[in-house]
Ligand binder design. Sequence first.
Ligand code: ZN
Length: 150
Amino acid sequence: MSDLSDLYQEVILDHNRRPRNFGVLTPADRQAYGHNPLCGDKLTVYLQMDGEAIRDVHFEGSGCAISKASASLMTEAVKGRSVADAMALFDRFQTLMKTAIEHAVDEDSFGKLAALAGVRQFPMRVKCATLPWHTLKAAIAATSEPVKTE
Ligand code: ZN
């Protein structure tokens, strides 16, 4: 294993052990619930909005290490961003997760999210990594329908 993947591994383990922005956000302007039945990941994303910007974002729920670390990294990545920026980042992240593992991740543009690039080796787990983002999108849209990956 290279030093780089050791570092990525460390980021995921750290965010799984000590998830950032974890817990109910009250009062939340918007929220959405997401569920990945293939793995059993469940989470709720809470948002406080400031016009078209995400002032604060929290999540809570239970799931595998990948889903929890991804949710934690997502909250750090989108907090303070405009909705448009957050959704553009989601698009790029989703494209990355669909890209073959042989393609290196652009670390400059993904920051800590690059740590999740290794999940591409395990196609079943990609949904664990993208569930928090789909749930964020649903919360932004303030849909009341639960999000399901299946
Ligand atoms: Zn999972």
